[in-house]
Design a protein. Structure first.
Length: 196
């Protein structure tokens, strides 16, 4: 269980006895330990919570940015394996941030896996995020187990990167879904599966 509040000077060893950490398989721990992750969120508490959970999972190569513009600059200059971003931020939303990454003219690696972590979980918001090109969507409040599943899904399920006139991002056909709807209805149902 994740504590309700985290003291800034609290040692990370305090998380070692958490039940959710023991449920993480050894292979998964090894797989995510070497990841270099960019966290983009304007909320200091949300960033510190993510940092503490990721460090408790053994991920120490973390860079935090409070603003998407700073995140874009870091993505231009440095290599990252994954981006964790909020959606609701001032001046630039997580959706716009994702679109700028996917456009490719401002970053080195436009196909980088992106996990959006947001409390804006209405289907319309999830659809916008999916249309912008995210890999995964995680609802706030999240669990450590849910975060690990989304990270592993993003890095272990490579999908073809699509560039078309209407969409830039990972192929959204990652699983065989039996969908009888077409067009907009199908996209809405697919986005529902993304948020699940």
């Amino acid at each position: 269980m994740i504590p309700n509040s985290i003291e800034p000077d609290q040692e990370i060893n305090a998380f070692d006895n958490c039940s959710w950490r023991s449920s993480l398989e050894v292979d998964a721990q090894k797989q995510i330990a070497d990841l270099r992750i960019l966290i983009v969120d304007d909320n200091w508490f949300a960033r510190s919570l993510l940092r503490n959970v990721l460090q408790a999972l053994g991920i120490w190569k973390l860079v935090e940015c409070p603003y998407p513009k700073e995140g874009l600059k870091r993505l231009q200059e440095e290599h990252f394996d994954l981006v964790l971003t909020d959606n609701h931020m001032p001046k630039m939303s997580g959706v716009e941030f994702t679109r700028q990454i996917r456009a490719g003219d401002r970053v080195k690696y436009p196909a980088i896996p992106i996990v959006m972590i947001s409390s804006l979980t209405e289907l319309g918001n999830v659809n916008k995020a999916a249309d912008a090109g995210i890999h995964e969507f995680l609802a706030k409040p999240f669990t450590a187990d849910g975060l690990v599943k989304k990270i592993l899904s993003s890095i272990n399920t490579p999908r073809q990167f699509i560039r078309s006139t209407t969409y830039v991002g990972p192929c959204r056909r990652r699983q065989k879904l039996v969908l009888k709807s077409r067009g907009k209805d199908r996209r809405m149902r697919s986005a529902g599966h993304l948020a699940a």
